[in-house]
Design a protein around this ligand. Sequence first.
Ligand SMILES: [Fe+2]
Ligand SMILES: [Fe+2]
Length: 272
Amino acid sequence: MRLIAHISDVHFGRHDPGITDALLDQIHQMQPDLVVLSGDLTQRARTNEFVQARHFLDRIGRPLLIVPGNHDIPLYNVVHRFVSPLWKYRRHIPCGLEGNDWYADDELAVLGINTARSLTFKSGRVSLNQMALIRRAFAHVPEAAWRILVTHHPIAGAHGEPKIELAGRSPLALRAIADAGVHLLLSGHHHRPVSGHANTELLLDNAVLVVHAGTAVSTRTRDEAGNSYNAIRFDGAHAEVETMKWHPNRGFQQARRDKYLLRAGHLEPESG
Ligand SMILES: [Fe+2]
Ligand SMILES: [Fe+2]
């Protein structure tokens, strides 16, 4: 049994301290096996925002997997933006080479790749090297483990979701994702929680789940989406995706829960 708390777009510098404390309380109660943070840690990649983000991460006290978002690359400092875009991020945030990250245990294999770019500033991109990394990283993962890819910019939308902007080269990346047998794609960026089967013909039907996180604690909410995070549970071949939405008087409460059974490479919806 494993539990992932998937949070995103915390945007320190534009965060709500009360919601931040409530989220930390809930994480401390849940004791997730892994906390995934899918980018946009800061509002404008300012040093004091990274310091606040790091303080938040230190308070989590659980294993972390983090990727940067477009807001974590300096917008106005042209030298840093183009010469060393991840300079501040890497100075303050624990991460692997080039902003990629990796977590694995007996039941989970989770790869985070950095889709934030200096040039394609907003929509991000997957590089050819990262596609090779996707294939390589999952090649020796035990058959029974769940394979999860984390990006800031979504690589696919979910069934029923209105069309959204995807990371550059997503169609090519989806080939690597199919070859690697990835089961879940976790992302952020659009500040709207959405989950369901990937809505692309480039993947086998019902083979991959897409889970977008809303903004967990920032005041940059979209319309009625508000603040939210996802709790994702794995129990053998069963997976459960729960969206926890913020209510000012009641705190984070379950807004949606979907259950799936992994059978012969397909994620079949389960009731109950
Ligand atoms: Fe964001
Ligand atoms: Fe973003």
